[in-house]
Design a protein around this ligand. Structure first.
Ligand SMILES: [Mn+2]
Length: 353
């Protein structure tokens, strides 16, 4: 098992890569979507919480991530003595009509294939994605974790409809006619992910890239009037069963799985890690389940992390695990200290279980 750190686009700096290495990480997951899109202003403290106003503006729909961009990032990561294991999340600008079944769907499917080929040529083995219309919602921030550390809480759902021109918490078309997204059924959403995977997986396989699906966070059946895809543990199996391709895998978020109202988290981790289709793992701890839970320090929630690491070892999981979000610690560097705490704890667990 390998330890990694996820970095947001604006955090891709020499200093943060050195920080990851210093914490004992060997691998980096990169979020290329600029969720914050605020330049140097990081007023959200690297915590995309998801109010109805969204996170920010999506990228340029006509400009795909380039090979030059990939190779510059790779060089930077490797210069710090680390490996680039995954990209996390497509930009809504590049696939909104795949999610929404809109008029640009065919063109965007071709664009995604081009992107995957570029990712393969850059030598990045995993592309994480979240097939979700609403994305994150209903989260509030407050002193909910141990010692009053600021963390994420969900207390009920969020019924605010999504404005036209927005998907997955980001605005992709600010001139869209004023209206809200129509409600669709769960089955319609499954048809959309079916057609997406069946269309893209042959290209991904050829490119040597694994597609890794994140479950819906928070895992409610419906959020902001939109159905959720994977909001119970067995829905992950339905996703895997769509296509047996070795490129059809999971971005296995243990925190989100623990928030789900059904299932036993240890059995769930055992079931999926046996199948060799976990591309990489997000690890964090929580107390409670939807619709009422909050995120905790890694050693302080409902989930016994010692048990989780034992199960992963028994099933010979050899991939990367990264801390997901962590509570922010009371000091000059709230995000960094939270991550350093989680990485140190996990490093100790991996070495001793
Ligand atoms: Mn996650």
């Amino acid at each position: 098992m390998k330890l990694g750190l996820g970095l947001y686009k604006h955090m891709l700096t020499k200093e943060n890569l050195a920080f990851a290495r210093q914490c004992g990480a060997t691998h980096i997951v990169v979020h290329l979507v600029d969720y914050f899109n605020e330049g140097d202003n990081n007023s959200k403290d690297n915590q995309p919480t998801g109010g109805s106003e969204g996170w920010g503006v999506a990228g340029d729909s006509n400009e795909l991530w380039s090979e030059e961009e990939f190779s510059a990032i790779k060089t930077m990561i490797e210069a710090a003595g680390l490996e680039w294991v995954a990209i996390e999340n497509f930009d809504p600008a590049h696939w909104h009509d795949i999610l929404l079944d809109g008029p640009k769907k065919q063109m965007q499917l071709e664009n995604i294939k081009t992107l995957i080929q570029r990712i393969g040529r850059a030598g990045v083995p995993i592309m994480g994605y979240n097939f979700s219309i609403a994305g994150v919602g209903g989260r509030i921030m407050g002193p909910f974790a141990r010692g009053g550390a600021v963390s994420v809480k969900v207390d009920g759902g969020d019924e605010t409809p999504i404005s036209n021109g927005m998907v997955w918490n980001m605005t992709y078309d600010s001139s869209a006619p004023e209206d809200v997204l129509p409600a669709i059924s769960h089955e319609t959403l499954w048809q959309r992910v079916d057609s997406f995977l069946n269309e893209i997986l042959p290209t991904a396989e050829q490119a040597g890239v694994v597609l890794a699906a994140h479950p819906d966070d928070p895992p409610l059946p419906v959020l902001r009037g939109q159905p959720r895809l994977v909001y119970q543990p067995d829905m992950y199996q339905r996703l895997l069963n769509i296509n047996p391709s070795p490129s059809n895998q999971l971005e296995f978020c243990i925190g989100t799985l623990a928030e789900m109202s059904e299932g036993n988290i240890y059995e769930v981790v055992d079931h999926y890690s046996q199948q060799n289709r976990v591309a990489y793992i997000h690890l964090r701890n929580v107390r409670g389940k939807v619709p009422h839970y909050h995120e905790t320090f890694i050693d302080d929630g409902d989930v016994d992390m010692i048990k989780i690491i034992k199960i992963l070892k028994q099933n010979h999981y050899e991939g990367v695990l990264i801390p997901d979000h962590t509570p922010q610690m009371s000091c000059e560097a709230p995000w960094h200290s939270g991550m350093a705490h989680a990485l140190g704890y996990l490093k100790g667990l991996i070495a001793t279980t």
